[in-house]
Design a binder for this molecule. Sequence first.
Ligand code: ZN
Length: 161
Amino acid sequence: MFARPLIDSTEFALNGRTLNGEIAVKELPRLAELLARLDGSIRYTVRGMQTDGMLFLLMDLSGTCHLCCQRCLEDLTHSVDISSRLQLLEGEDLTQDDDSDEVDGIEASKELDVLGLVEEELLLSLPFAPRHDEGLCDLASKSFGKADDRFGMLAQLKNKF
Ligand SMILES: [Zn+2]
């Protein structure tokens, strides 16, 4: 087990620090539960920023993971490309949530779990009911099927042309 990166979020933002890393999706248990396959990894960059007296963490996530198509239950490759801006808030500011969707707030912490934050952002970004594009479910399931099915698909394709 490797050490999870922890940052002092306020110090990190005040000093404009940057943290880069890559995490295998299988190391993110809440995400892994939703996946069809556990290969793939996510690259992340966290940058601290101070503007107008407010502190922010900017997160960029990219990579791929494998969701389960809700129509055919086969592997669906999902590209991750997320940029988000999180405002650091102290305890009392958190309670007066003004419901603005522009910026999400997170509680400032001396030991902020960066991977926990990465996982949270990934979970929020996943489609509620992922599906292959129209017409592509058959192809996804047949390509994992038996040889017979493949011949069946070839026949279908020939009929189309
Ligand atoms: Zn499908």
